[in-house]
Design a protein around this ligand. Sequence first.
Ligand code: ZN
Ligand code: ZN
Length: 437
Amino acid sequence: MFACPNCGGNLKFDIRTQNLGCEHCQTQMDVYSFEDKEPNAPSQSEYDVTVFTCPQCGGEILSTDTSAAEFCSFCGASTILYSRLTKEKRPNYIIPFQKTKEDCKQAYSEMMKKAIFAPDALKNPKYIDGFRGIYMPYWAFYMTQEGEFTLNGSKSKRRGDYIYTDHYELKGEIDAYYKGLSYDASSSFDDNISEKIAPYDVKGMKTFTPAFLSGFYADTADVDASTYETDAENIANSNSIGAIYQEFSGVDVEPLLTPSALNTQTKAIDSAMFPVWFMSYRNAGRVAYATVNGQTGKVVTDLPIDVKKYVKGSLLLALPIFLLLNLLFTITPSTLLIVVAILAIISIIIYSTEIAAIKKKEALQTKKSALFSSIFAIVLCAIVGILQPANDIFYYGAVIASLLAIFYSFKDIIEYYNILATRRLPQFDRTGGDDRA
Ligand SMILES: [Zn+2]
Ligand SMILES: [Zn+2]
C-alpha cells in the first residue's frame, strides 16, 4: 500500500490524471514519488506484492494491496482467495491504464446492445460492474537486422514479335530494427484473447514502478520468453523480405532472398505489463470472458447465445418473411418442400463445421442425433418429392415434420455454438510456496 503523506489514506493510481490520488483528501502525487533513490537498492529488481490464489482453479493474481480479493477472474468463482506476501521480479516497462472503468463499461455495454441473443446476465449492470483492471505480463522483443544482399533482377518487354529482357544486378543494404513485437507472458491469459485484444501502442510504455499497480491487479509472468523468440524472428524476417520485394516490384528477382541474409538478431527482451479490463461469466460448468484493452478501449468478448431468446427471435423473424414471400409469389407445396430441404442441408453443413471446430478445440463427446434428424428431413422431402402424391396434405405433413426435425437439430447447433463461444473452467497447476519468487 502507498500511504498518503497528508492523511495516511491509500493512494491509488488515478487513470484520469495519470498520478497517484488519495480517495480521502484528494491529494495528487507523482507515480514515481515512492521510487527508491538509490540506483542499486534491492527494491530496483524486486517489489513487494500480495499473491492471491483461487482455491477452486489455482489461478493467481497479484496486488500491491493486502485487502482481500473476493472473486476469481479466471474461473468466475465468488470466493475469498488465499493470500500470501512475496516478492516479484520487476518488469522493465508498463503501459498504464488509459481507459477508466467507466469508459470500459460503456464500450462493453455499447457492444452488448447489438448482441440481441446474448443471455440477459451478460447485460446486467451489477455483473458489468465486475470488470477488474488487470495488468497482463508481456515480452517485448527488440530485434535488429544488418546485412548486404545481391540479387539478379530481370524485366521483360514485348515489342512486336520480340521479347526484350533487361538484366539488373540489385545490391542492397539492410539496416532495420523491430521494437516492441510483444507476446503474452502469462499461461492463465489465453493466447487467443491476447491476439484479439492487440495491438498495444508500445510508445505508451513507461518505466515500471510498483505504484502504477495500486488499485489494480496484475497477472504473473510464467511463460518463458524463449517460447516466442523464433516466432518473433520469423515475423521480422517476413516483414523485411516483403518490404524489400516491394521495392523491386515489377522486376523478376533471383535468387529468392533467404532470412539468413538479414542477419536477424534479438538484442533485448523486455518484460512489460499491458492493461486489460477483465470480467468472467460462469455458467453450466463453462466460463466466458469479456476483455477491454485498457489502452485503446477495444472490446473482445465471448458471446454465448441464449437458446430461448434465439427461438423467440427466429420465430418472430420467420413469420413476417413467410407472409411476405406468400404475398410476392404463390408458394406451391412443392416449392415449400424444396425450401425446407435446403434448410436441412444448411443445418447439416453448419453442424458438421461446428463439430470439426469443437474436435479441434477440445476433446469432447458430441452427439450425432441432430445430424440424423436433419438427414431424416432431407430424406422425407425427397421421398414426397419423388412420389408426388396427389393430395397436398402429404406435402404439408412432410414440411411440418421436416421443420420440426430441423428445429431439433438447430437446438443442438446452438448448444455446440455455446461450447465454442465459451471456455472450460481453468485448472492451473501452480507450484506452492515461495519458490517462484
Ligand atoms: Zn490523503
Ligand atoms: Zn479460480
